[in-house]
Design a protein around this ligand. Structure first.
Ligand code: OGA
Ligand code: MN
Length: 348
C-alpha cells in the first residue's frame, strides 16, 4: 500500500550495505529463494571485482600489476599480494594445493563438527555426533525421551523413525547438514556473548592445521615471531548464504593475523574500511585462496555477499574430479553447492 514502505534505515544507506546488495544472489523475479520452478539467477556485474588469480597469472608471465596492487615475496613459493590503502591485508591466490583443499574440506565436514566442538545446531539439539555420516546414511534426528527430564537427540535409521499419528517427528540429517552454518575448533567462541569462553570443553586445533596456519601466516607476522593458532571458526555456505559485514575484534592482539582459507565454490569477498561508509573493495575468493588480515586490516569491515554455485562459475572442477570416486559421491554433491571457510586465530 502507498506510504507503508519503510524508509531505508541508516545501515541500508551505507556504502558497505550497497555493495552487499549489488552482489547478493537474486532470482530474475526479484526473489531470494529458488523454487521448484527453474528460475534464472539475476546476472551480476562483476567488472569491479578484483581477480587475484588473473593478476597472479599475468604477473608470473612478467606483466604489470594493476594500480593499487603490490606484491611481497617473503620467501613463499607463491606471490603474495597487498592493497595500497589497506595495510595489513594479504591475498595469496592458490595457496593451498588440491590435496590440501580436499583434506580440509573432508575434515570440515567429518571431524570439525564433532563434539566437543560446537556448531550452530548445539543451541537447539545439544551436541550431535556424526552429522555427516548420518546425512549420508539418510538417517533422521529424533528426540530420545528415555532419560526423563533431559531429553537428548539422536540419529536413527529411516526404518526406526517413530510415527506419531501419521506425523513423522524427525528431522532428516541431510537437512541439518545443509543448515550447518558454523563449527568452532580449539578455544570455543560463544556467539551469544560474542566472546571466547575458555571454560567450555575443547580439543586443540589439529596439529597439521596448526602447522599449515603457521606457514601461511608468515607474510603477515612480525619478523622472528611465530603465529599461535588457538581458535578457528569454520563457516559453511550454501547457495544464497551470505556473511554480513563485520569486524573480528574479540582477539586480544590485533597485530596477529587471522588466517582465512577458502574451500569449494567461488565467492565474492568485500573488504571495507574502518567504517561502513567506506567503499568496500570486492574480490573473488576461489578454492585454495588464502587471506590474511593483520594490523590495520583487523579494523576493516568485511563480509561475503555471494557464493557462486553454478557449474560454469563455481570453479571447482579439480575438486569434483578428486571426489569423483563412488565412495565420495555424497561429499561431491555437497561440494557442488557449497563453500567452506576456515579462519584461524591467535586469541591471546
Ligand atoms: C569470518 C570471515 C570470511 C570468509 O568468519 O569472520 O570473515 O571468507 N570469513 O568466509
Ligand atoms: Mn571475519
Amino acid at each position: 500500500m502507498y506510504g507503508t514502505e519503510k524508509p531505508p534505515g541508516d545501515s541500508e544507506r551505507t556504502a558497505f550495505r550497497q555493495a552487499e546488495k549489488k552482489y547478493k544472489l537474486y532470482y530474475d523475479d526479484g526473489s531470494l529463494k529458488s523454487s521448484r520452478k527453474k528460475k534464472q539467477v539475476k546476472p551480476v556485474d562483476v567488472s569491479d571485482v578484483i581477480d587475484f588469480k588473473a593478476i597472479s597469472e599475468a604477473y608470473e608471465r612478467g606483466g604489470e600489476l594493476p594500480a593499487g596492487v603490490v606484491v611481497v615475496r617473503c620467501g613463499s613459493p607463491r606471490p603474495v599480494f597487498c592493497l595500497e590503502g589497506r595495510p595489513g591485508f594479504y591475498f595469496i591466490p592458490g595457496a593451498l594445493s588440491l590435496e590440501e583443499q580436499c583434506q580440509w574440506m573432508r575434515e570440515s565436514l567429518l571431524s570439525f563438527p564433532q563434539p566437543p566442538n560446537r556448531t550452530n545446531h548445539n543451541a537447539i539439539y545439544g551436541p550431535l555426533q556424526d552429522l555427516f555420516a548420518a546425512a549420508k546414511e539418510r538417517k533422521g534426528l529424533v528426540k530420545d525421551e528415555s532419560n526423563g527430564d533431559c531429553p537428548t537427540w539422536k540419529f536413527v535409521d529411516e526404518a526406526e523413525i517413530p510415527l506419531r499419528g501419521n506425523v513423522c517427528r524427525s528431522y532428516p540429517a541431510s537437512a541439518l547438514l545443509r543448515k550447518l552454518r558454523w563449527s568452532t575448533l580449539g578455544l570455543q567462541f560463544d556467539w551469544s556473548q560474542r566472546n571466547y569462553d575458555v571454560s567450555l570443553p575443547h580439543n586443540k586445533i589439529p596439529d597439521a592445521l596448526c602447522q599449515l596456519a603457521k606457514r601461511l601466516a608468515t607474510p603477515a607476522m612480525p619478523k622472528g615471531e611465530e603465529f599461535r593458532p588457538e581458535a578457528a571458526i569454520v563457516n559453511y555456505f550454501a547457495s544464497g548464504d551470505t556473511l554480513g559485514g563485520h569486524l573480528d575484534d574479540m582477539e586480544a592482539d590485533w597485530s596477529k593475523p587471522i588466517v582465512s582459507m577458502s574451500l569449494g565454490c567461488k565467492a565474492i569477498f568485500l573488504l571495507g574500511g574502518k567504517t561502513r561508509q567506506d567503499d568496500p573493495i570486492a574480490m573473488f575468493l576461489r578454492s585454495g585462496d588464502v587471506v590474511l588480515m593483520a594490523g590495520e586490516a583487523r579494523e576493516c569491515f568485511h563480509g561475503v555477499p555471494r557464493i557462486f554455485t553454478d557449474k560454469d562459475t563455481a570453479e571447482i572442477s579439480p575438486l569434483e574430479l578428486h571426489f569423483s570416486h563412488q565412495d565420495d559421491c555424497f561429499l561431491l554433491d555437497y561440494l557442488r553447492s557449497s563453500r567452506i571457510n576456515i579462519n584461524i586465530r591467535q586469541v591471546f
